[in-house]
Each structure stands twice: as structure tokens, then as C-alpha cells.
Design a protein around this ligand. Structure first.
Ligand code: GLU
Length: 424
């Protein structure tokens, strides 16, 4: 195995260190030349900007934003924009690398990118968030575009954020450019089925993974960490498939009911109160305990680094399906593999979002719109195709699903790079 040294080699437990360790594992399996490995460990381009904000009360604030473009070998860069107080450059680098693998694995014709602004969006008004978004977009304008880099929503951003980004980009270009971002409102060139796509993909793959372990939905229990863009839909679609969802959490707390939560009633409670906490149809639970419940399926659908060497020995789920990006550290992966816990990696499990982002971009570029059943059928076909391909690759080579998925993706990116050749 080759050793990668770059300007920013992370050694502590950070998402970037995790992403690089996963790449190193795949590079070892593939026998990747050291120069190529080093190139793939390092983003192609990074832009860091400051974003001054005029607050509603007339005072001025300042935020730091990043856009990291990890790779362009297979097409334009692609990935979400995150608004969170935890955003930092190394986190965005890791998330951008995972986007490259995700796009390659699902065979969508993109490289990978990610962006983020270090801001807690809950502390700012809509008008302030609009100004932050428009200023951030104009700062990164030279490096984005439908053929360069296509942002999308992520934690803390939504279809309204994408509408502001699209508008800011379009006003500066002098004409409407629908293909510059995905995850837009349907009324503005968004795709039917995009909002639920990540959750649908998670559940398509989760049901296939459960089946591979001989588990049927009607006798399966699940816990879902996170009740946002991914976890909420995942809980709903799991329940619709007949799975008993016994616990869910959000950033404020968790609720559990051994006989199963009424997910539609819980959604109504969240719409009314903003949190799962206080839901009358379940008992309060500590958020960290949710990860260790005695369930068949665990879906971490919140943030990175929640399954670690500390709690992984206590994970009792038989199958873990990663709705979030990077929820499992390499240490935790090894521990869970030793305990026969099947971990379906993020770059496969949560790829439904970028798959339908690709469908949205195709539709926007052609100005020809598909029906929701068409979108969902094509999504399911891609997700299950990728699941089959990764499971076969893993079985044939006796690898974990993560190493198999990463190796397949890295192989595709490396081969595109090699065929294009190095310039100059
Ligand atoms: N933010 C999502 C992800 O992590 C979606 C990215 C996209 O659609 O470009 O996969």
C-alpha cells in the first residue's frame, strides 16, 4: 500500500482522515500507483471566501465559506452546500471526495465537490440567509456552472437556497440557467421526486440488504438517527414497506416505542413543534442510546463520525445503512465487521439524492420533464443495480461493502483520468 503525503494530511480522527483511510484501503486492493493515489487524495481546486452579512438590525457579521472541487475526470464537479456551525475546510474536503466516489459508483457523469458556510442557519432570518446565499454564490460564481460544478442542498440548506443560488447565477449571466444547481423547487426547474430521492434510495438499498441477511420487512425493526431531509423520509418509507420503526432522533432528542412509532403522526408532531421531542406516541430516549438499540436495522442519517471505536462494540443492529455521509469511522467499521454487522456504505446507500440531481440536470438542460413514476422507477433501477454490483464485487474479492464500493468507484475515476492523460 502506498503512503499519501499532502499539504493537509490529517492524522487525527476527522472526516478527512476517515475518507483518506478508506481511499488508501481501496488503493491497496487496486494496486493503484502512488502518483494516482496522491492525486485522488487531494482536491483539484479549493475556494475559500469571506461572506459579509448586513444583519436585519443594521449590524454587520462575517462568515467563511468554502467550495472544494475534488475531481473532474468524469465530468463537472457535483455536490451539496452545507450551512452548519461545524463546517470547516477539512470536512468539506472529505465530503467532496465522497461525492466523487458516489457519482462514479452510480455512474452519473460527474466528479465530486462540496461546499459549506460556517453558520448556524437557525440563528438568522430568511432575509439574512438570502443575503448570505446570494453573496456566497457571487463569490464562487467563477467556478460553478452547469458544465463546471453543480451545487445542491445538504444539511442546513433547501430548495429555497437553491432557488436563490440559481437566480443569483442567472442574473449575473444575463439569462436563466436552470442547470446550475439541483434540488430546486419543482416550479423553478426542479425534478419531481428529488425531495424524497435520498430517502427512497436509502430504503431501496436497506430492503435489499435486509433480504440478503434473510430479514423480511414485516418482522424487521429499525432505528433512524436524524429526522431531516434523509431520516424523515427513510422512516416513512420503511414504515410504508412494513418495517417496524421503533426509534427516531433529531438534534434535540429521541423517541422510542418497542411496538413501533406511528410515523405519519410523528411527522405531524414535528411539523407542529419543530422536533421529535415530546411526541406522545413514544417514550423519551437519549440520542446516543438510539445507536445501540436492539434492532435489526440502524440508519444513521445525521452527520459524520457518530459510530466510533467507543460505541461500535455495542451496536446490536444486524444491518447498518448509512443515510448520512461518513457516519462510521474506519475503527468502527472494523469492529462492526468483526461482529458480523453488515454496513452498507454512504456512497452507495445515500446516492439517491445525487442520482435524481443528475435526472434534474438532464431534464433542465433539455427543458423536458419526466413524471414522478418515471423518476422513481429509474432511481430504483440504478440503486438496486449498484447494490447488486457492489455485493457481487465484495463477495468475489472477500471485501467489506465499503471497500468494494470505494474500489469500484476509484477504479472508474482512475481509468477516466488515465484515458484522458495528464496535461501537459
Ligand atoms: N448533498 C447530497 C449528497 O451528499 C446531494 C448532492 C447532490 O445532489 O449533488 O449526496
Amino acid at each position: 500500500m502506498t503512503t499519501v503525503t499532502t499539504d493537509s494530511t490529517a492524522t487525527s480522527a476527522t472526516p478527512l482522515a476517515d475518507a483518506r483511510a478508506q481511499l488508501a484501503e481501496a488503493a491497496g486492493v487496486l494496486g493503484l500507483p502512488e502518483g494516482l493515489h496522491r492525486m485522488l487524495a487531494t482536491p483539484r481546486r479549493e475556494v475559500t471566501v469571506s461572506i459579509p452579512l448586513r444583519r436585519d438590525d443594521g449590524s454587520q457579521d462575517l462568515f467563511i465559506g468554502h467550495r472544494v472541487q475534488h475531481n473532474f475526470s468524469r465530468g463537472p464537479a457535483k455536490g451539496g452546500i452545507r450551512y452548519s456551525p461545524n463546517v470547516d475546510l477539512d470536512e468539506v474536503r472529505a465530503l467532496a471526495m465522497w461525492m466523487t466516489w458516489k457519482c462514479a459508483l452510480l455512474d452519473v457523469p460527474y466528479g465530486g465537490a462540496k461546499g459549506g458556510v460556517r453558520i448556524d442557519p437557525r440563528s438568522y432570518s430568511q432575509a439574512e440567509l438570502e443575503r448570505v446565499t446570494r453573496r456566497f454564490t457571487s463569490e464562487i460564481l467563477p467556478v460553478i456552472g452547469p458544465e463546471r460544478d453543480i451545487p445542491a442542498p445538504d444539511i442546513g440548506t433547501d430548495e429555497q437556497t437553491m432557488a436563490w443560488m440559481m437566480d443569483t447565477y442567472s442574473v449575473n449571466r444575463g439569462h436563466t440557467v436552470l442547470g446550475v444547481v439541483t434540488g430546486k423547487p419543482v416550479s423553478l426547474g426542479g425534478s419531481l421526486g428529488r425531495a424524497s430521492s435520498t430517502s427512497r434510495g436509502v430504503v431501496d438499498v436497506a430492503l435489499a440488504a435486509l433480504e440478503s441477511r434473510g430479514l423480511k420487512p414485516a418482522t424487521t425493526t429499525a432505528a433512524v438517527q436524524g429526522f431531516g431531509k434523509v431520516g424523515r423520509g427513510a422512516a416513512r418509507f420503511l414504515a410504508e414497506a412494513g418495517v417496524t420503526v421503533t426509534a427516531v432522533s433529531d438534534q434535540y432528542g429521541a423517541v422510542a416505542s418497542p411496538s413501533g412509532l406511528d410515523v405519519p403522526a410523528l411527522e405531524a408532531h414535528v411539523d407542529a413543534t419543530g422536533s421529535v421531542v415530546g411526541f406522545a406516541g413514544g417514550d423519551e430516549l437519549d440520542g446516543a442510546e438510539l445507536l445501540e438499540l436492539d434492532v435489526d436495522l440502524l440508519v444513521p442519517a445525521a452527520v459524520e463520525g457518530v459510530l466510533t471505536r467507543d460505541n461500535a462494540p455495542r451496536v446490536r443492529a444486524k444491518v447498518v445503512v448509512e443515510g448520512a455521509n461518513g457516519p462510521t469511522t474506519p475503527d468502527a467499521d472494523a469492529i462492526m465487521a468483526g461482529n458480523d454487522v453488515l454496513v452498507v456504505p454512504d456512497i452507495l446507500a445515500n446516492a439517491g439524492g445525487v442520482v435524481v440531481s443528475y435526472f434534474e440536470w438532464v431534464q433542465a438542460n433539455q427543458a423536458y420533464w419526466w413524471t414522478e413514476p418515471e423518476v422513481e422507477a429509474r432511481l430504483k433501477q440504478r440503486m438496486l443495480g449498484a447494490w447488486e454490483a457492489v455485493s457481487d464485487y465484495a463477495t468475489q474479492r472477500e471485501l467489506s461493502l465499503r471497500t468494494a464500493a470505494t474500489a469500484m468507484a476509484v477504479e472508474r475515476v482512475a481509468s477516466a483520468h488515465t484515458q484522458r492523460g495528464l496535461y501537459p
